[in-house]
Write a protein that binds this ligand. Sequence first.
Ligand SMILES: Cc1cc2nc3c(=O)[nH]c(=O)nc-3n(C[C@H](O)[C@H](O)[C@H](O)COP(=O)(O)O)c2cc1C
Length: 334
Amino acid sequence: MLSKMNIGSLSLRNNIFLAPMAGITDLPFRVLTRTFGSSLCFTEMVSANGLVRRTHKSYEYLKSSPDDSPLGVQIFGSDPDILREAAGIVTELGADLIDINAGCPVKKVLKTGAGAALMRDPAKFEAIVKSVRGATHLPLTVKIRSGWGNDELNAIEIAGIAEDCGADALSLHPRTVRQGFSGIADWNLIGLAKKSIGIPVIGSGDIRKSEDVLEMIEKTGCDGVMVGRGALGNPWIFKAITAFISNGTTPDPPSPIEREAVILQHLEMNISLYGKEMGVKNFRKHLLWYTKGLKGGSKFRKAAILVNEMNELLEMVHEYLQPLSNGTSGAEKL
Ligand SMILES: Cc1cc2nc3c(=O)[nH]c(=O)nc-3n(C[C@H](O)[C@H](O)[C@H](O)COP(=O)(O)O)c2cc1C
């Protein structure tokens, strides 16, 4: 089940990927998940308009490093010409793969005709995929949802268009736009997509543990699997998944000492990318995820949220996690 996978000309060492997540899948988080086994990572969705207009923020999302490879850059927009130009820019900047976002359900994005709004306009969707295909030699993927609502489930039609226009793989998160992120993902649709198109299909949605990956592959026949929310505060999930589906083993969960080491590594990468102030500030959400479900976690989180200084935060993490190694909680001292 753990197998090498090709997307166009790109050879990947396995078929387990980090899903694109806005505000989360930046350079530090991508590098971290790669060390645990994710074979392909994506940037968060980057505005094609922003790239073409040279908006600073859009280029920030493209920041990468040699250990952040292979990298898929996800672009969104609604104008085929702008997307063509953006694809050219991303290609020149050295991406390994381009992904078109046709699944974002956020109102602000839908209002502009981008994201999942493209699924409601198959002619526009077709023009966009053709246009991007013509602008790059890179492997091209498209990420879609089930459709707009239960009365508008057109993922299979859209998947066919993507294939006909030259996409090299399709990612499917089988929830509708109306569903947002609630309810459960309908994996049956992933199976239907796999049966109806010839390019590889990557399944996304509700992967929280290794067994889910096996179940998704067995039920749907999909070629690859993306992990999104299951990786939050849990980059180890890639180690667990790759071990489980290659030889049925389950590695021990990270010890408090290992957890602390990864938190330190993650925070250091954050600070080197964003600087001291922003690096700590935007790490807080990760720290909340890293300590979710741990003994005394909520007390720790209440205290940690107030800290702005890196060394103070690290000391607090150490004092909290070390006693957990012998079953007590350092949160008592906070
Ligand atoms: C906070 C957040 C941000 C997301 N941002 C993106 C995005 O930028 N582009 C995209 O294609 N999907 C995005 N997604 C959707 C995920 O890639 C994934 O398809 C979805 O969360 C379902 O998988 P999961 O249950 O493993 O999280 C986002 C999801 C979350 C939770």
